[in-house]
Design a protein around this ligand. Structure first.
Ligand code: F6R
Length: 580
């Protein structure tokens, strides 16, 4: 959450076409407000998306140093004053920050007593005042940073500049930060996507490290201020065409990309990812306990994995990472498998750190190479979906499920994955027009229920999640069997109930009858010709999860179009959730 960018270049660069172009690539991390400041103190910020900020800048504005920020609000409302960068009173120190300073109130009180005046409600504003105070006490920046790291509790990726100083100080604990080494500039960013069009060479910050980036060099230091040598990593990034092409939204583009993104992944199983998959399958066979850790849509993919593995007699649990403290105690006999598109989700990262400390083995399925979760892993499978720009996960979910299927296959599950891309194509072709038509009526509904059982239960949750986040319609994804234990009281005439019925599942048919008897409007998704309102290709129950998911994603998309929702950037959300 929150995207930060800092650029230093001895040749100078355009604020509009370079700095904010990179920031725009991180907009999916938060879009409540944005702002930048150049090395000579030219500052601008606005609430809302980045485009108006970009439009407000003259082409000819160039600088050698600048930092910028795209905000997902935590402390303090969405206002211009709360937008980053924040600064000290005489506007000589500026900071942008991703993370949360837990003890900011304490620090603010101390600084206020010393006469510092705060104008925003943010935790971040403490940073420029803190450094102002440190410098006034006679400390140099190295000492000030060391003091900061010891005085502050919380998470942070911070970029800090001093006016007319031509360098950036970058400090990191828990929140992601990476330095891109481009042709004629250094680019500090929250993730590699910010500069993946300019370079594939990067240095990843580890916790409690800081760096000093100047026009012609970068230097890294540990928490004690000791210089450290860092490895330059060369990443590969599966790049789909990053424009929307002829599509009106990234969401529909990404849904329709799936025949190719799934094929790319499936092809990697016997080639570049074969050894890693064997290693993970071996770990899974030989461990006492498997715990999947994930959030949101990735959690739904993990549930499918859990069901597949449990069916093979491999004891597995899927836990929502933010609640894992209540459910798991890690030890050296545990294998944690994190599933995360971004590879940065803080709830997952913090559990993995605990698990690692307790001696557990760590594996992961991620989309973003070299992400924190991948770097914490003993083995990591890439889902190779390519950049997903829409905040809601679609193609990455499908590829997560496909990896689950491949792992299950290596452990004894029978499935022909090669057919999947073609069947995805068919699913979209057969259903899109019907879905569009249904969406007109669905868009007028206040509540939608989605029922599933077994492997289709995670899909009921997934479809409901998309109806909530894209369309802002209240939706519940339920275990069909649970309905009669209370929720059925909400079923009334014309309440839409989407029923996921793979292979004529009898219990699903009975549950569907029960709601139909109460007058509900039933939409059956089935893989048996003639047995549903929306039909996906013939397949087993696990594959049904993929195709029914695509139908559900199409549905939430088309409802969103009718309701004129902010489809790619739904309100209050961010794609990379790097705070707890
Ligand atoms: C929903 C969605 C979120 C993410 C969740 C986890 O469409 O995208 O629920 O799945 O925030 O994110 P990752 O997978 O990056 O860990």
């Amino acid at each position: 959450m929150c995207g930060i960018i800092g650029i230093v270049s001895k040749d100078g660069f355009s604020v509009k076409n370079t700095l904010l172009k990179s920031l725009k690539r991180l907009e999916y991390r938060g879009y409540d407000s944005s702002g930048y400041v150049t090395g000579d103190g030219e500052l601008s910020k606005r609430t809302g998306e980045i485009d108006p900020l970009i439009a407000s800048i003259n082409e000819s504005t160039t600088t050698k140093v600048a930092i910028s920020h795209s905000r997902w609000a935590t402390h303090g409302g969405v206002t211009k004053t709360n937008a980053h960068p924040h600064f000290n009173t005489d506007k000589t120190i500026f900071a942008v920050h991703n993370g949360i300073l837990e003890n900011f109130q304490e620090l603010k009180t101390t600084l206020t007593k010393k006469g510092y005046k705060f104008i925003s409600e943010t935790d971040t504003e403490v940073i420029p005042h803190y450094f102002d105070d440190q410098l006034k006490q006679g400390n140099d920046m190295h000492q000030a940073i060391k003091n900061f790291m010891s005085d502050v509790r919380g998470t942070f990726a911070i970029l800090l500049i001093k006016k007319d100083d031509n360098q950036i100080y970058a400090i990191k604990r828990d929140s992601p930060l990476v330095l891109g080494l481009a042709e004629n500039k250094f680019i500090l960013a929250s993730d590699i996507y910010a500069f993946s069009d300019e370079t594939n060479k990067a240095i990843f910050f580890e916790d409690n490290e800081y760096a000093l980036i100047s026009e012609d060099k970068y230097e890294f230091f540990n928490v004690n201020g000791k210089p450290i040598t860092k490895k330059i990593m060369e990443f590969e990034w599966t790049r789909e065409d990053e424009t929307m092409e002829h599509y009106p939204h990234y969401m529909i583009k990404e849904i329709k990309e799936q025949p190719s993104s799934s094929l790319r992944l499936i092809n990697s199983f016997e080639t570049i990812q074969n050894n890693k998959l064997n290693k993970l399958a071996d770990l899974m066979k030989n461990t006492k306990r498997i715990v999947f850790l994930a959030c949101g849509t990735s959690y739904h993919a993990s549930l499918i994995g859990s069901i597949l593995l449990s069916d093979l007699g491999i004891y597995t649990r899927s836990i929502i990472a933010s609640e894992a403290d209540s459910f798991v105690k890690y030890d050296e006999k545990t294998l944690c498998i994190a599933i995360s598109q971004s590879g940065e989700t803080m709830d997952v990262v913090s559990q993995l750190k605990k698990a690692k400390k307790a001696g557990a083995k760590i594996a992961s399925l991620v989309n973003v190479p070299f992400s924190t979760i991948q770097r914490l892993s003993d083995v990591s499978i890439e889902i190779l979906a390519g950049q997903e720009v829409c905040v809601a996960a679609t193609k990455t979910f499908t590829n997560q499920v496909i990896v689950m299927l491949e792992l299950a296959k290596r452990l004894g599950y029978k499935i022909d994955l090669k057919q999947i891309p073609k069947k995805i194509q068919q699913t979209i072709a057969i259903n899109e027009d019907k879905v569009k038509e249904m969406s007109i009526k669905l868009s007028k509904k206040r509540d939608i229920f989605v029922l599933g059982k077994g492997m289709s239960y995670p899909m009921a949750r997934e479809i409901a999640l998309k109806l909530k986040e894209i369309d802002y319609i209240h939706a519940e994804g339920m275990m069909a069997g649970e309905l009669k234990h209370g929720t059925i009281a909400l079923i009334d005439k014309d309440v839409p109930v989407i029923s996921l019925i793979p292979n004529g599942n009898e219990e699903m048919i009975s549950a569907t009858q029960e709601v139909k008897a109460r007058g509900a409007w039933i939409i059956k998704i089935s893989n048996v010709e003639g047995k549903g309102d929306l039909i996906v290709p013939k397949c087993d129950e696990a594959e049904f999860a993929i195709y029914s998911g695509i139908v559900g994603h199409l549905m939430s998309y088309h409802i969103g179009v009718i309701l004129k929702r902010e489809i790619d950037k739904p309100r209050n959300l961010a794609k990379s959730v790097t705070v707890k």
